[in-house]
Write a protein that binds this ligand. Sequence first.
Ligand code: PHE
Length: 457
Amino acid sequence: MAGQIHESWSSRSAFLMAAVGSAVGLGNIWRFPFIAGENGGGAFVLVYLICIAAVGLPVLIAELSIGRRGGLSTIGSTREVAIQEGRSRGWQIIGWMAIAAPILGLLFYSTVAGWAFAYIFETAAGVFRGISPEGSGKVLAALHADPLQMAGWHFLFMAATVVIVAKGIRGGLEKAINWMMPLLFLLLLILVAYAAWAGDFRRGVAFLFNPDFARLTPQAILIAMGQAFFTLSLGGGGMMTYGAYLPKGVSLPRTGVVIVAADTLVAILAGLAIFPLVFAYGLTPAGGPGLIFVTLPIAFGQMPLGTLFGTLFFILLAVAALTSSISMLEPVVSYLEEHKGFKRARMALISGLVIWVAGLGSVLSFNIWAEFYPLSFFPLFAKARVFDILNYVTANIFMTLGSLLVAVFVGWLMSRATSVAEFGMGDGPAYRLWRFLIRYVGPLAVGIIFIFGITSL
Ligand code: PHE
């Protein structure tokens, strides 16, 4: 039945590219450096890496297995699998959360992706040639001060997302991703090499990898864990939805390892490209959401062929954002598509439009609503703009709790036989390790970190 509603991937590598495309995005290149910078570096990065390995990878395999078993949208799959396993269909709450999270995520993601669009043209026009750190900060401030321009870029980004999703996975997603991911990777390597040569590489590396545990508050631990889920798109619907288009023969653990390795490598490379420059230019690591948009252009302004590399970089950043945003819209469209008479293209258009309008709240956070703190009655959000709230809540609440529920569902409610079958490597040590992580480590660690993080405010 599932096969009639949804397409499936044309090949294993097409799926792999799409899943890597979903994982690798602004989360790695923009979000990781900026929140690592705000939370003191080393110790934060260490917690992030531990969370990726001990919880992220196991939950990723779990999500893919729910998707593949169910063969439907997140809501359909969680309901189907719950029924198959003799559990309450109420577990489809996991599917609902996995749709709410990427919608919330897109509301701020598309704003930042819009900056990447804008920067393609700024860089190509040579705006950053020889620019000073102050000058670079001013270029970003000027963009932020212009709600119309930002709304326009945000619109273009959502429009591109809608067009690709509307075309369906074979027509749209696969083609775009195949050649863009490798190119992005190459460009990051070039940037790291430049940062090693021109930046304060020692200090950058020390900042990223020398843990200073004094800075590790319960809040920072929660944010590091939230980032692990965000960057792997977990609890965000994309992986479960992509998993539903997956043929039986593909090994989920192997695929999971490749996705996690690629994603982590890109985040670390982004950090290595950025922090040496941050220190060399006398910028602060805690520069907030504008960090990479201020830092990298200074480097592009100084390096040989900087205009070319810079333009290319922002093109690829926009594309990386796009391959993630399509995996954020896809869960919504996949769900709507399961209803009679709802056509994919029209559903993509309508949901994209709604998200664009709601996303204007993020655009306005940088200008007209810059001092509007809608949840200021919570101490945590005392000074949080709409944008900051969305950024926090999506990863640290929705995706974190979603991942927790996935771990509980697959670890405790799915029968052993089913999970062995989905794991696909027999019930040897690899399976037992995974099951242990998903049953005990995941729920306990996520639960404890979440409660301490939230109540420590
Ligand atoms: N993982 C993506 C990134 O790192 C973001 C994302 C979140 C994608 C949720 C899908 C779902 O940029």
